[in-house]
Design a protein around this ligand. Structure first.
Ligand code: HEC
Ligand code: HEC
Ligand code: HEC
Length: 430
């Protein structure tokens, strides 16, 4: 119900804004705004050197192109997977070199324009379910390498499927408006006050890595905020998980901890103290585990430099009087029975095997969605080269009252002081 109200409201907002002349400027005048692509290092004919293809394959990992452009059980990069958005489903296309249904006829300039400007080969505006607000930063040379790699794949005949968006988001005008409001093609400008490593990290995180596509909160019309925002990251459409803010130590322990642990988490899915779950496990499996140590160090250097919120804005506290003694006793008992064997009597975990729960923002974050999700769904960190057979956690099917008691206790144990959770919260969060 709440979703429908939000959608109606967003629709109304959009309709009002439709009247604005800015749409027409964008629709009619965009051709003029379209910059000339920078001269390509390569064109169709000579896209095939082995080193260029290898570089493109690496960059495709950095951008996790296969994750969206591969249907479950389907041929890699042949498209068909639906990307869910609050406005409907958009299907990622066929990136294999089939001339009729894939990228076979695309030139280097057309491909770069799709990444940079969010336009298809025929000029059609693309929806931002394709993360071109991030990919716009990709250099022409990197786009050429990506295309060389995609051209080296076996061609697969697979026609693209049209997006299934709700009215009024299904119109070209709505998309043009959205772009006028929220999208400006950009290019990566190095920050000269920072070193080369930091700049490489910024390019990867904000460009191909498209971390902000999940980790920055979105507004009602689906536009991402900045990675540096400190509010609870965003709830992913179609997902039960929340992607925490990477700039707020109250939400991400990994980014505020030692650099080596953040690198290990991106490389292996696990660090001494934490582990990735849900959608992030897929990001590690499909993308970050394949990146070089130098690139992961660079990404960590950039992420750890994101401006932190003032100390007072970091945590949830002052809830001691809201907790009931009987609830806490019940929660402590459930913890000892179900969890302590793995996570330790003091929530200390076991380094590299079981994540610590004491001091873990997943436990204490104001928005407890991932805590409830971890307990009820359990999970396996991804199997990676650095950690081929990770330990998993079973899901626990506890009654709502028990789940509320357990989470309330966890959020007060070991010096934690986060808000208690009720049975009603469980209904909302599960
Ligand atoms: C988060 C999911 C996602 C990721 C990651 C992603 N794409 Fe896409 N891509 C899409 C969707 C969805 C569309 C279709 C957009 C539309 O039709 O409006 C698309 C469209 C495209 C198009 C335009 C195809 C056409 O026929 O017009 C190209 C080219 C493309 N993607 C290349 C890439 C490359 C290269 C990467 C990796 C660097 C990548 N994509 C990563 C979701 C994704
Ligand atoms: C498809 C959405 C998605 C994308 C893209 C994504 N993440 Fe995540 N990420 C999540 C979710 C959801 C979580 C929370 C679950 C968890 O902790 O594993 C998470 C968790 C994390 C954590 C752990 C935070 C903590 O301390 O508990 C780190 C670090 C992280 N992501 C970094 C990144 C980086 C760097 C990128 C870009 C290369 C990225 N993520 C891209 C969804 C995403
Ligand atoms: C058999 C061992 C085992 C048991 C029992 C177990 N866990 Fe876990 N737990 C794990 C492992 C392994 C992970 C990491 C899973 C992953 O990354 O997918 C984990 C992850 C978590 C996380 C996410 C931590 C993070 O940093 O993202 C939470 C929260 C959690 N467990 C809470 C609990 C609670 C509460 C219980 C008791 C109801 C419990 N676990 C029981 C092994 C266990």
């Amino acid at each position: 119900m709440r979703r429908h109200v939000k959608q109606l409201f967003a629709g109304a907002l959009l309709l009002v804004a439709l009247a604005s002349a800015v749409v027409w400027r964008n629709l009619e005048g965009e051709a003029e705004l379209l910059p000339d692509p920078p001269p390509g290092a390569t064109e169709a004919g000579d896209l095939a050197s082995a080193s260029l293809i290898a570089r493109g394959a690496y960059l495709a990992r950095a951008g996790n192109c296969a994750a969206c452009h591969t249907e479950r059980g389907g041929a890699a990069y042949a498209g068909g997977r639906g990307v869910e958005t609050p406005f409907g489903t958009v299907y990622a296309g066929n990136l294999t070199p089939d001339p009729a249904t894939g990228l076979g006829r695309w030139t280097g300039a057309e491909f770069w324009r799709a990444l940079h400007h969010g336009r298809s080969r025929d000029g059609r505006l693309l929806t931002p379910a394709f993360p071109y607000p991030n990919f716009t930063l990709v250099t022409r040379a990197d786009a050429d390498a990506l295309l060389a790699f995609l051209r080296s794949l076996p061609p697969v005949v697979r026609a693209n499927r049209a997006a299934a968006l709700h009215w009024p988001f299904d119109s070209r005008i709505a998309l043009a408006l959205w772009r006028a409001l929220y999208f400006t093609p950009g290019s990566f400008r190095p920050d000269l006050r920072q070193d080369a490593e930091w700049n490489r990290g910024a390019y990867l995180v904000n460009g191909l890595g498209h971390c902000s596509a999940c980790h920055a909160a979105r507004n009602l019309l689906g536009a991402s905020g900045a990675l540096a925002d400190h509010d609870a990251g965003s709830r992913l459409p179609g997902q039960r998980w929340l992607a925490p803010s990477l700039a707020n130590p109250a939400e991400s322990g990994a980014v505020s901890g030692p650099r080596a642990e953040l690198v290990a988490l991106l490389k292996t899915g696990q660090s001494a103290r934490s582990a990735v779950l849900g959608p992030m496990a897929e990001v590690v499996a499909g993308s970050t585990q394949h990146l070089s140590d130098a690139d992961l160090q660079a990404m960590a250097s950039y992420l750890q430099s994101l401006p932190r919120p003032p100390a007072t804005g970091q945590g949830d506290s002052g809830h001691a009087t809201e907790r009931r003694a009987d609830t806490l006793a019940r929660g402590a008992e459930l913890y000892t029975r179900h969890c302590a064997d793995c996570h330790g009597a003091q929530g200390q975990g076991a380094p590299g095997i079981y994540p610590a729960l004491a001091g873990n923002p997943v436990v204490t974050m104001a928005e407890a969605r991932n805590l409830v999700q971890a307990i009820t769904a359990g999970g396996f960190p991804p199997g990676t080269a650095g950690n081929p057979r990770p330990y998993g956690m079973p899901g626990f099917d506890l009654p709502h009252a028990d789940l509320a008691a357990l989470t309330t206790w966890l959020r007060s144990a070991w010096t934690h002081d986060a808000s208690p959770l009720s049975e009603v919260d469980m209904l909302r969060l599960r």
